[in-house]
Design a protein around this ligand. Structure first.
Ligand SMILES: [Fe+2]
Length: 313
């Protein structure tokens, strides 16, 4: 069976450890034609499909809005994405669609075969987004591969360390004390790895690296593939334990300077805290604040009292 990913000695070694752009063949499949996307959306649980819109400054903050799809069919929704300023997020498509489950299995068995790394908690989020839409500066808890299928997006990646992100911020994301958004500062720009991600490429980066994304003037279809490795789960639990020690016991632990001999105890602590539900995060999606126009022309209508973002003059 042919590989989905183009592997070489270097990228095999760097997978999950360094920011790396890979070539893949998934965009050659007809799975992501308009017709098939419509079928995919139709078969996806209606209530789980998230529709977002955003402000106009990609380095901004706080203008990320959840909306209501209302009665739009899959076809109308796709038309609205093409004409409007929307970002559709279909999380966990590998759990809802047998073809995509098979695809996820193929991707991760290839990863295992080539790198020797075991992975778990696979989550393939399908992103269908408008021309010039963007995602604000944020960091994710697990490891991520961002697969580009249609359109081009500029990806800005920053190191998972100070000043771009600090221990408290990573802890807050992993403890679900806040959503993944972070405030961006222009001074981070000098640390950025910038790449125009094209169909046939995917990029992966070290765990918790902050990033932001800007679509070019074209509809984008991508997979955000989240996963863990034993090493990534270890790091996530260490961060969780540090966050608990900081918030509940007023300590000031450091991920970078965490003494190795303490790590197994911290992992046990994190597991106990999670199993017994000793720390309640604050996981919440924003409340819906706009309607997608049912005439499917990509227009949206914000609820009363919500200030609509204004295009930059
Ligand atoms: Fe992300």
């Amino acid at each position: 069976m042919t590989n989905l990913i183009e592997w070489n000695d270097e990228n095999t070694k760097d997978f999950g450890k360094k920011t790396t752009v890979f070539n893949h063949h998934l965009h050659e499949s007809d799975l992501f034609s308009d017709e098939n996307l419509i079928e995919l959306i139709d078969n996806y649980p209606y209530e789980d499909l998230e529709v977002f819109t955003m402000g106009y400054n990609p380095k901004g903050w706080g203008e990320w809005f959840l909306g209501r799809r209302n009665l739009l069919s899959a076809e109308e929704l796709l038309a609205a994405v093409k004409q409007g300023r929307l970002w559709l997020n279909l999380r966990g498509t590998n759990f809802t669609n047998p073809k995509l489950r098979e695809l996820a299995d193929k991707i991760f068995s290839e990863v295992k075969e080539k790198t020797g790394v075991s992975t778990f908690k696979h989550d393939m989020g399908l992103l269908i987004s408008s021309p010039k839409a963007h995602v604000y500066y944020h960091a994710d808890g697990p490891l991520v591969m961002l697969w580009q299928l249609r359109g081009i997006k500029r990806v800005y990646l920053y190191p998972a360390q100070k000043p771009c992100i600090n221990d408290e911020q990573v802890e807050a994301i992993l403890m679900r004390q806040q959503d993944e958004q972070l405030k961006f500062d222009e001074s981070y720009e000098k640390y950025a790895f910038i790449h125009d991600l094209k169909p046939g490429e995917f990029v992966t980066w070290p765990q918790n690296c902050p990033h932001r994304i800007e679509n070019q003037d074209c509809v984008n279809v991508s997979f955000s593939v989240e996963f863990l490795t034993p090493q990534a789960a270890w790091r996530a639990n260490l961060i969780y334990a540090n966050g608990y020690l900081r918030r509940v016991f007023g300590l000031n632990p450091s991920l970078e300077k965490s003494p190795k001999f303490l790590e197994p105890f911290k992992i046990i602590l994190a597991r106990i805290v999670k199993a017994l539900g000793l720390y309640k995060g604050n996981p919440k999606l924003p409340r819906p604040s706009f309607d997608v126009d049912e005439k499917a022309n990509g227009k949206i209508h914000f609820d009363q009292g919500i200030e609509a973002p204004k295009p930059i003059a």
